[in-house]
Each structure stands twice: as structure tokens, then as C-alpha cells.
Design a binder for this molecule. Sequence first.
Ligand SMILES: [Zn+2]
Length: 123
Amino acid sequence: MKLSAEDVKRLARLHGASPPCKACSAFAFDGWESFPSLASDAALIQVGALWVAGEDEPTLDEFHLEGTSYWSPAAPIALGFHPYNRCELWQCRQCAHPFLRYTEYGGYYEDRRIRNLNPALIV
Ligand SMILES: [Zn+2]
């Protein structure tokens, strides 16, 4: 399902401030991290995505505030910019804690990444 920025903000406000439960705490990273390679993601369920196949490739430009970079735990969640513009939204099946996920494609690798959807960081 395609989500609008408003959908994402609503979900973040509803569930993003609650702490992760035992089932999903292994995925609850403040900044981007590689998805834990040995972990199953059965505790999570996909809600929708900000980009769907068939649409134009979203921009690779990033948006940052002073002092933040891609990996910063405080990096803003700028929904119109990379990588948020190609993210999927997932939630914990038990506590509804929300996560952003996408796959980073490098020249020789693919890396699945995950980050908390923290409402305080959405710009
Ligand atoms: Zn949970």
C-alpha cells in the first residue's frame, strides 16, 4: 500500500513515542543500521511504503540539519528525501512500534537497513 507523508506522520504520532517491546527491541535503532543478519523479521509486519514500483525513481539527495549525516541518530527523517522517500513502514505485531526500512544497493552489495520511526525527528 502506498503511504502519504501524512499517513507516516499519523502513525509516528500514534505509536512512535512508545518504547519497543521485547519482541522488537532488537530492531529499535535510533539511526540507520543494517538489519541484524541472524534475526527473523517475523515480529514485524509491513504497513505500506512511501514509494511503489513503477513510479519515477525518487531523488538520491539527502536532507540534513547542521551536524547530522546519514548515520546520525539525530538525522532528520525528511520524507521527501533519500532514503526516506523509498522506505517501507513496518510495525511490531505486538506493540505497534513503527520502523522505517529500505534496501541500500551498492555496486557490489545489497544492505537491508532499519531505523525507528521517531516522530520527533520528522521534518
Ligand atoms: Zn514491539
